[in-house]
Design a protein around this ligand. Structure first.
Ligand code: SF4
Length: 380
């Protein structure tokens, strides 16, 4: 398949995954959804189900407000609205990670409000530098395995886990390669297209995703590099929503050369290593991951990691996406602003909400930021 055809196909799934998921359901697969972040999809897949990362909805909030306070984060409200109102039949079950206070409360609301065949909570240690954290994660992963086995009525065999690790590792490695090519040649695909590919990874069976990405990759490898020296930025935060924000960056001819996003590099950068014990392999992968606002060791690792991404990418500046009412990001921001200011790295903070984007206002702010970066490029 040709580049345009693959991109069109994957971008359509990225933004309307439920037609694709319906075909999977009709073929007999059960769909297991998980909100962000860190539920190992490999375990769900090895159990014979299709794991799907739930990324909320941009459609209006109608029903979720009856269950969540107005100051619950935009992601939580949008995820609940999706399953409560818009996609009531799409999921057969849920594995629900508790990563912050909001998801802890949402987990109970979800279990009591959304009818499903399976509801498994997945309790992730938030302070990953505690001695008990590894043991905790290992035990939780074992518990998840048992819950999935009870649900399917079958033991998850080591061979099935090994095959699942292999497929997901290959899937992530293809996405990393496409990202690497885009960093070298920013015009080869747009920012929106790159992040739509990562988004489609959240919904697709790797056996369907891998051949399409392989076709795309062979097409990209034969293209000649574009010209020009675009402004290079690193994106920081959890998720960039709504996706029109990427269109604005494309319109401004800004190139994304790195990120620390949960729906971004953190999702595709970490493979499951080869170990005799598959649960140990998943545990090792989890602890190798870069920090994410509510999941980290104490201290400055979140900021150190961002600075490292900026340095390695030789980026001109940082665009930080703050999800409205994300308490965890609220705590990070003052320190992050100070550290970035001390390092003299230009940064802009954009408040985002799943249901709306103040397009002209956001574009004007980003335009001013990008112009200031051009100014620094000329003067520097
Ligand atoms: S980490 Fe932030 S955005 Fe994610 S669920 Fe918790 S409060 Fe919401």
């Amino acid at each position: 398949m040709k580049k345009e055809e693959v991109l069109e196909n994957l971008q359509s799934i990225a933004h309307n995954p439920f037609s694709y998921l319906k075909t999977k359901k009709e073929a007999g697969k059960k769909i297991i959804g998980s909100p962000l972040a860190d539920v190992p999809p490999e375990m769900i897949y090895a159990a014979g189900f299709l794991p799907v990362t739930i990324l909320g909805t941009n459609q209006p909030i109608v029903k979720a407000s009856a269950h969540l306070p107005d100051n619950a984060c935009s992601l939580a409200r949008s995820n609940l609205e999706l399953v409560l109102n818009y996609e009531t039949d799409s999921f057969d079950g849920f594995v629900f990670p508790q990563v912050c206070d909001t998801t802890q409360h949402l987990s109970d609301i979800w279990r009591m409000t959304i009818p499903s065949e399976l509801f498994a909570s997945f309790l992730i240690p938030r302070q990953v530098d505690r001695k008990s954290a590894r043991h905790w994660f290992y035990t939780e992963t074992e518990r998840l395995k048992k819950q999935l086995e009870d649900f399917s009525g079958r033991v998850i065999l080591e061979e099935a886990l090994g095959e699942s690790f292999r497929l997901y590792n290959e899937n992530r490695s293809l996405l990393r390669e496409i990202y690497r090519i885009k960093k070298k040649d920013p015009q080869i695909i747009s920012n929106r297209q790159l992040f739509d590919l990562i988004r489609s990874f959240c919904f697709m069976d790797p056996q369907d995703h891998i051949p399409l990405l392989s076709d795309l990759l062979s097409d990209l490898s034969t293209e000649s590099p574009g010209k020009g020296k675009p402004i290079k930025v690193v994106l920081s935060g959890i998720a960039v929503e709504p996706a029109q924000l990427f269109d604005i960056l494309d319109e401004l001819k800004v190139s994304i050369v790195g990120d620390d996003l949960t729906v971004g590099s953190r999702m595709i950068d970490y493979d499951v290593p080869s170990r005799d014990d598959p649960i140990e392999a998943l545990t090792e992968r989890h602890f190798a991951k870069s920090p994410f606002s509510p999941i980290r060791d104490v201290g400055t690792r979140l900021y150190d990691h961002l600075l490292q991404v900026v340095e390695e990418a030789k980026a001109d500046g940082i665009i930080y996406f703050h999800i409205k009412f994300c308490e965890s990001q609220d705590y990070d921001l003052p320190d992050m602003k100070k550290i970035v200011r001390d390092k003299k790295i230009p940064m802009i903070v954009l408040d985002t909400e799943y249901q709306s984007v103040a397009r002209s206002q956001t574009k004007t702010r980003l335009e001013a930021f990008v112009e200031s970066l051009y100014g620094e490029q000329i003067n520097g």
